[in-house]
Design a protein around this ligand. Structure first.
Ligand code: SF4
Length: 643
C-alpha cells in the first residue's frame, strides 16, 4: 500500500453510465502529486481542442493530492479543472472544507468525469463503492435543501455533499461548485461544467484513511504549527477571517472601489472584518464569537472561515451558508459602493445557495453600476432597476436575478465581458477582467508584480497564483529566510516592475502552482507570511508519502502544472495578445493615498518579454516551447502543440 494516497482514480462516463477504476503507478503520483497537475494530465488527454466548455466533450476532473486527509493543517483541498465556460481557456479552481478529506476516506484520489447524463444524476461513493443515482428530485433546488434531502435519504448526517447549484444547472458562466453549502470551487465556472453534464452532486463517505509514512515526523510538524500559530502572521486571520486585510487595503489605497475607479472606500469600516466580528458573527450577540463564528477545514488549526447569523431586518443570513470572505466584502461592498454589511452577507448567502462565484458575481454587478453611473445603460436596460452606486437593494436583487437567469440578470450571468460585447455603447471600456474573468480585490496599481501575473495567468486574473509584492518590498526583512529558499535574496522597490521583480513573480508563481497541485492551503504554507515556509512543505510531503522529495522537486511540479495550463491555452489559440490588463487601467485612480495612480501598461509589455524568456516560453507567442516541455517530461504535450 502506498503512503498518503490510494493509487485509485475513478473514471465516470455519464453518457453510458459506466464507472471504472484506474490504478496509476507510484511514478505517476510522484510526477504530478495531485490537484491541478494531475487533473491537467486527464484534461489534456481527454478534452479535444476547441471543445464546447458546456458540451459533453469537456472533461471535468475533481482531484485530491497525495497529502489530502493527513492530520496536518491546510491539506483538505480539492482542485477542479476543465475548459472554462467563462474564459474559453483552461478553468482551475480550489476548495477547502471537509469534502476533500472525506472523499479520500471514501477511497479515491481523483474523479475524472466525461460525457453527459441523459437526466439529472448524483454520484454516491461510500467506502470504495461508487454508483450513479437519480437526482431528478434535486434538480432546481438550492444547495441547503439538496444537502438536507440527501442526508435524510441516505440516513447519515456525516456525508459530505459537493454540488452544482441552480446557477450551474442554468449555465451561469461563473457558476461555482459548492460543498457544505458554504465552501466553493469559486472561480472559472466549474459549476456550469458540472451542471451541463446533468451531474447534480458528488456525495462521499468513508473510513479508509491512507497510512502516513512517518507519523512521528508529521506529528512534530503539526505540533510546531499549533505552538507557533498565536505568534504567526496568520493569527489575525483566525480572529477576523480573510476580512482581516480589508482595512489594511484601505490604508494602502488598494481597496477596489466603485468598479476600480478608486482605491479607497469612505465606508470601508462598515464592511470590515472587525465590524463583522462585533456585529453579525454567529454568537456575537452573546459574546460567543470563538465558539460558533469561527469555522475551519478538516484538521486545520488556523480556522479562518466565518459564520454569520442575521435573524432580523431586510437582509437575513443563515449560518449554514457561512459568511463573507474579504473578496466577497469587497466585490459586493466597495466595488458597488455598498456599505450595508447585512446586504453583503445576504448576497454571499445567495451565491452559496445558487452556486456562484462571489468575485465574478459582485464584480459584474459593479461593472453594471459603473455603466449606469456613466449613462451607458439606463433603467430601460435594467428592467427598471436603479443601479446607482451604493444601492444595496439593487445589488441584492441583481444577485438573485443572476442566479435565476431572470431578465437583466440573464445577461449579467454571461459575465461582464460578454455582457459588454452584447450591449456595446462603450460599456466594453469599463470591464475590469482578464481573459473575461473579473479581477479579485487586490490592485495591480499598488502591486505591480501581481499585475503581471494577473495578465499572464492561464485562467484569468487570480490573486492566489503568486506572492504579493508587499512581502518582498516592505516585508522583505521579515520574510528573508523563507524567500531565500526560493533564491530570492534582494529587497524590491515599492511600485517597481524591474526584471528582478519579474523573477520574484515567476518563482513564487511556481511555488503557488505547486501548492495547487499538492493541494495545500495557501494561507497555511507559502513563501512569506504563512504559518509554514517552503522547507516545511517539503518536510510535510516527505513525512506523509515517505518520498525523499526536495523543495526543488516540488518547484518543478509547480512549473510542470503551469506549463500544462499554458499549453492547453495555446492549443485553444490563446497567445501573448490575450495576456493583457483591462483598458480601464488607463484611467487614473481618484482619492486617498493612490490618487492619480496608474498601472505602467507600457512597462507591462517588456515585463512580459522578460517573464516569457525566464519561463522558457516563446516570447512572440507566449506558448511553452518544445524544449521546455521536454525538460519537464511533457513530450506528449509538445506533440499536441505541433499537431
Ligand atoms: S487556513 Fe482557512 S481556508 Fe486554509 S485550510 Fe485552514 S481553515 Fe481552511
Amino acid at each position: 500500500m502506498p503512503y498518503g494516497y490510494h493509487g485509485k482514480i475513478l473514471q465516470v462516463n455519464l453518457t453510458d453510465g459506466t464507472i471504472e477504476v484506474e490504478t496509476p503507478d507510484e511514478a505517476f503520483y510522484r510526477f504530478y502529486m495531485g490537484g491541478s497537475a494531475l487533473g491537467m494530465h486527464y484534461v489534456l488527454k481527454r478534452t479535444p481542442p476547441k471543445a464546447d466548455p458546456m458540451g459533453p466533450e469537456n472533461t471535468l476532473v475533481l482531484a485530491l493530492s497525495v497529502l489530502t486527509g493527513a492530520p496536518v493543517s491546510g491539506q483538505s483541498r480539492m482542485t477542479a479543472v476543465a475548459k472554462s465556460p467563462l474564459t474559453g481557456a483552461i478553468g482551475d479552481s480550489q476548495c477547502g472544507g471537509f469534502w476533500p478529506a472525506e472523499m479520500k476516506f471514501a477511497g479515491y484520489d481523483a474523479i475524472v468525469i466525461q460525457g453527459k447524463a441523459d437526466k439529472p444524476v448524483y454520484l454516491w461513493i461510500k467506502d470504495g463503492e461508487a454508483e450513479l443515482r437519480d437526482a431528478s428530485h434535486l434538480w432546481g433546488k438550492i444547495t441547503g435543501e439538496v444537502e438536507a434531502t440527501l442526508k435524510q435519504e441516505l440516513g447519515d448526517d456525516k456525508i459530505e455533499v459537493l454540488q452544482c447549484g441552480p446557477a450551474g444547472e442554468k449555465g451561469v458562466r461563473f457558476a461555482a461548485i459548492i460543498s457544505m453549502s458554504n465552501r466553493a470551487n469559486g472561480r472559472t465556472g466549474m459549476g456550469a461544467v458540472m451542471g451541463s453534464k446533468n451531474l447534480k452532486a458528488v456525495v462521499v463517505r468513508g473510513k479508509n484513511r491512507p497510512a502516513v509514512a512517518d507519523k512521528k515526523g508529521l506529528n512534530a510538524l503539526a505540533k510546531w504549527g499549533s505552538a507557533n500559530f498565536a505568534d504567526s502572521d496568520v493569527a489575525g486571520m483566525g480572529k477576523y477571517g480573510t476580512a482581516e486585510v480589508l482595512m489594511g487595503q484601505q490604508k494602502s489605497g488598494g481597496l477596489p472601489t466603485r468598479n476600480w475607479s478608486s482605491g479607497v472606500f469612505e465606508n470601508a469600516e462598515a464592511i470590515s472584518g472587525e465590524t463583522m466580528y462585533d456585529t453579525i458573527l454567529r454568537g456575537a450577540d452573546e459574546g460567543r464569537q470563538d465558539r460558533d463564528g469561527r469555522d475551519t477545514c478538516y484538521a486545520c488549526t488556523v480556522r479562518c472561515k466565518r459564520v454569520v447569523q442575521i435573524d432580523e431586518g431586510p437582509y437575513t443570513a443563515d449560518h449554514i451558508y457561512g459568511g463573507p470572505e474579504y473578496e466577497t466584502l469587497a466585490t459586493f461592498g466597495s466595488y458597488c459602493g455598498v456599505s450595508d454589511l447585512a446586504a453583503v452577507a445576504h448576497a454571499n448567502q445567495l451565491c452559496n445557495q445558487y452556486g456562484m462565484d462571489t468575485v465574478s458575481c459582485g464584480a459584474t454587478i459593479a461593472w453594471a453600476f459603473n455603466c449606469f453611473d456613466e449613462g451607458l445603460i439606463t433603467t430601460e436596460d435594467t428592467g427598471g432597476l436603479d443601479l446607482s452606486y451604493g444601492n444595496a437593494a439593487s445589488m441584492v436583487k441583481l444577485t438573485e436575478m443572476i442566479g435565476k437567469r431572470e431578465s437583466f440578470g440573464d445577461l449579467l450571468a454571461e459575465g461582464s465581458a460578454r455582457a459588454a460585447e452584447r450591449i456595446g455603447r462603450g460599456t466594453e471600456d469599463l470591464v475590469v477582467a482578464v481573459k473575461k474573468q473579473e479581477l479579485p480585490a487586490h490592485m495591480p496599481q499598488v502591486k505591480r508584480g501581481l499585475g503581471l501575473i494577473y495578465a499572464v495567468n492561464p485562467f484569468g486574473a487570480d490573486h492566489q497564483s503568486c506572492e504579493h509584492d508587499g512581502s518582498y518590498e516592505g516585508g522583505f526583512t521579515h520574510y528573508q529566510d523563507r524567500l531565500s529558499q526560493l533564491g530570492l535574496t534582494e529587497q524590491q522597490e515599492r511600485y517597481s516592475l524591474t526584471d528582478e521583480k519579474v523573477r520574484f513573480a515567476l518563482l513564487t508563481e511556481h511555488l503557488y502552482s505547486c501548492l495547487d497541485s499538492v493541494n495545500m492551503c495557501q494561507f497555511v504554507f507559502g513563501p512569506a507570511w504563512h504559518l509554514y515556509g517552503p522547507d516545511q512543505l517539503a518536510a510535510a510531503v516527505q513525512a506523509i508519502t515517505g518520498w525523499d522529495v526536495t523543495l526543488d522537486e516540488l518547484m518543478r511540479v509547480g512549473e510542470r502544472r503551469l506549463n500544462m495550463l499554458r499549453a492547453f491555452n495555446a492549443r485553444e489559440g490563446f497567445t501573448r495578445e490575450d495576456d493583457k490588463l483591462p483598458k480601464k487601467f488607463t484611467r487614473a485612480l481618484t482619492g486617498g493615498r493612490t490618487d492619480g495612480f496608474l498601472y505602467p501598461l507600457d512597462r507591462l509589455e517588456t515585463a512580459k518579454d522578460t517573464y516569457y524568456a525566464l519561463a522558457g516560453w516563446d516570447v512572440a507567442t507566449g506558448a511553452p516551447t518544445r524544449e521546455k516541455l521536454a525538460e519537464l517530461g511533457l513530450d506528449w504535450v509538445a506533440e499536441q502543440l505541433s499537431n
